[in-house]
Ligand binder design. Sequence first.
Ligand SMILES: [Zn+2]
Length: 151
Amino acid sequence: MRLLLPEALRVRIESEARTSFPRECCGLIEGLREGDVARAFTLHPARNIAPDADRFEIAPDDHFAALRRAREHGHALIGCYHSHPNGEAKPSAHDLAGAGEEGFLWLIASLDAKAPVRLAAFVYSAAVFLPAEIICAVGADLVTSSGKARN
Ligand SMILES: [Zn+2]
């Protein structure tokens, strides 16, 4: 699975992760999936109602509002994003326990007080998380998560 992520959305997730620090930010990703490629169009930031600092739980009202907006645009909610303050850019055991939708994308932003935000994507499939490639779109130019230019 490849995720086409506009640069502006990547910057916004990083900014939300920084603003929420040391708590987790969270939100939903509006887009479209076509075969092995998912395109992100819009982010829907959500309130994190988890009582613990190292968890996230998207407020149900925000989830429904995001779903409604996506449908109005003829899109779907293709995934979610959240941050791991002082953690790794990979899903935790809690994330796995909370995952359920087959093919749903999980974007995780890890950061600490000083280091740059690292962003990684995973797709939930058959009860596990598989790594997904993030392709950042800067204008018309696409750059893969490994930094290589892509035609
Ligand atoms: Zn997590």
